[in-house]
Design a protein around this ligand. Structure first.
Ligand code: NAD
Length: 463
């Protein structure tokens, strides 16, 4: 039976952008077989490093050449503004291919002085066939964060984009083919998590799963690995990141970054600064400033250059967000702005701020994945750390202070994979990204990502 189709919808307008197949076991088998064939025959991994480097650079150039149309596509499939799609997704994806092109010829082992009359050295070998399962919020960029280092290591990749945003992933694979990547080195399987995703995660011939998405799906992937071939799984999951402002900080800079820390990409960011922790003495004035700025944000057509916040990804996501808002009100949090849908078409939600939030409330513990900020108070450094570390997540955290010693104390004490000091949402391909606690394990980006896609082989030579 041929697979059924999934309609891809522009969440800002409701228009259909295209249809893709909901791949099942048969289509996933075909993609994995093609990837395995490519890997086993050395069609990609066996190429000279300089040639691999050239092709990865050509993919980056191909992304740049289609910058505008790719940006529009990502904006249409996600509902984010064109500026966010261009600056976040498209430029981020091109940079990942460029950075990892440079890694191809730096994948070195070590010679290790060991006891006895031996020469010992390590070889860094490609992990094999990699299943990359990615979410909808940065569909092109997160795909590139996985595909580029995996290819740099000589792996073959089967990419499973979100069922909501597969079109940019399909375009990426076309660009890669045009750049000279051989068939099978990058296969794309579209479809739902329960069909295409599960088939990939349970496949006996997939050597590794690299995942970005929700903790709920992460649990299923670990089960799938345990019940199939024990493939290693790396997980980049959600967050409930604390953004902590002390009274001695540059408060204007802190307010500007706090605003975008939560409302960038309409709050659908895993590192969103969704918990703002304010020191008692500045709490009221800082909050007033933020409410004023949030209320003035322009929400609407993502392709209009004046728009600052686009549409949520889907009706279901919008309703989920508004459900959190209702329950937060009932729990005693004070709604200070937003909290409602904007317009009658599309999935737009007004920038929303709650004050009087306490650490035990649902709105302080769970990832909303929308434009909803929870504001909490603290008395001193000790209490700020206790509140910041009080969730099951540990992806990112930020601290604003003019006191250098406190900044370093906080950076050490915060349970997070990334800490920003007097900034927010800094990303760079060269520095590792990932979480601790239930925000996952393994790292994307930087040299650390190469560990995900290689094995170390220790070679002993008796002399
Ligand atoms: P999701 O877990 O529902 O889906 C992610 C991907 O997994 C999709 O491709 C989906 O089809 C697939 N999937 C779903 N069920 C599956 C299954 N049983 N087996 C295999 N694959 C399956 O997450 P989402 O709703 O697309 O994305 C939002 C989540 O992603 C949020 O929790 C967010 O914080 C997280 N996220 C994390 C990062 C990070 O780097 N830490 C980045 C972006 C998003």
């Amino acid at each position: 039976m041929p697979p059924t189709d999934i309609a891809i919808i522009n969440p800002a307008t409701g228009a259909e952008l295209g249809r893709v197949p909901d791949c099942g076991a048969e289509e996933v088998n075909r993609a994995v077989d093609a990837a395995r064939h490519c890997f086993a025959t050395g069609q990609w991994r066996g190429r000279d490093g300089s040639e691999k480097e050239r092709i990865l650079l050509a993919i980056a150039d191909g992304i740049d050449a289609q910058r505008q149309s790719l940006g529009e596509l990502v904006s249409r499939e996600t509902g984010k503004t064109l500026a966010e799609a261009l600056g976040g997704d498209v430029d981020g994806a091109a940079d990942a291919f460029r950075y990892y092109a440079g890694a191809v010829r730096r994948l070195t082992g070590e010679t290790i002085p060991i006891d006895g009359n031996f020469l010992n050295y390590t070889l860094r070998e490609p992990a094999g066939v990699v299943g990359a399962i990615v979410p909808w919020n940065f569909p092109l960029c997160i795909a590139a964060w996985k595909v580029a280092p995996a290819l740099a290591c000589g792996c073959a990749v089967v990419l499973k984009p979100s069922e909501l945003t597969p079109l940019s992933a399909i375009r990426l694979a076309e660009i890669a083919r045009e750049a000279g990547l051989p068939g099978g080195a990058l296969e794309v399987v579209t479809g739902y998590g329960a069909t295409a995703g599960e088939a990939l995660a349970r496949h006996m011939d997939v050597d590794k799963i690299s995942f970005t998405g929700s903790p709920r799906t992460a649990r299923r992937l670990l089960t799938a690995s345990a019940e199939s071939n024990l493939k290693p799984v790396s997980l980049e999951l959600g967050g409930k990141s604390p953004n902590i402002v002390f009274a001695d900080a540059d408060l204007d800079a802190a307010a500007r970054k706090a605003l975008w820390g939560i409302f960038q990409n309409k709050g659908e960011v895993c590192t969103a600064g969704s918990r703002l922790l304010l020191e008692d003495s500045i709490h009221d004035a800082f909050l007033d400033t933020l409410i004023g700025r949030a209320s003035r944000l322009r929400v609407g057509d993502p392709l209009d250059p004046k728009t600052q916040m686009g549409s949520q990804i889907s009706t279901a996501q919008m309703e989920r967000i508004l459900g959190y808002v209702e329950r937060a009100k009932q729990a005693g949090a004070q709604l200070r702005c937003g909290g409602h849908r904007v317009g009658e078409t599309g999935c737009f939600v007004a920038p929303t701020i709650f004050s009087a939030v306490t650490p035990g409330m649902e709105i302080a513990r769970e990832e909303v994945f929308g434009p909803v900020l929870s504001v909490l108070r603290f008395r001193d450094e000790e209490e700020a750390i206790a509140i910041a570390n009080s969730t099951t997540y540990g992806l990112a955290a930020a601290v604003w202070t003019g006191n250098l010693r406190r900044a370093h104390r906080m950076a050490a004490a915060l349970q997070a994979g990334v800490v920003w000091v007097t900034t927010y949402n800094g990303f760079d391909t060269a520095t590792p990204f990932g979480g601790v606690k239930q925000s996952g394990f393994g790292r994307d980006l930087g040299a650390a990502a190469l560990d995900q896609y290689t094995h170390l082989k220790s070679v002993w030579v008796a002399l």
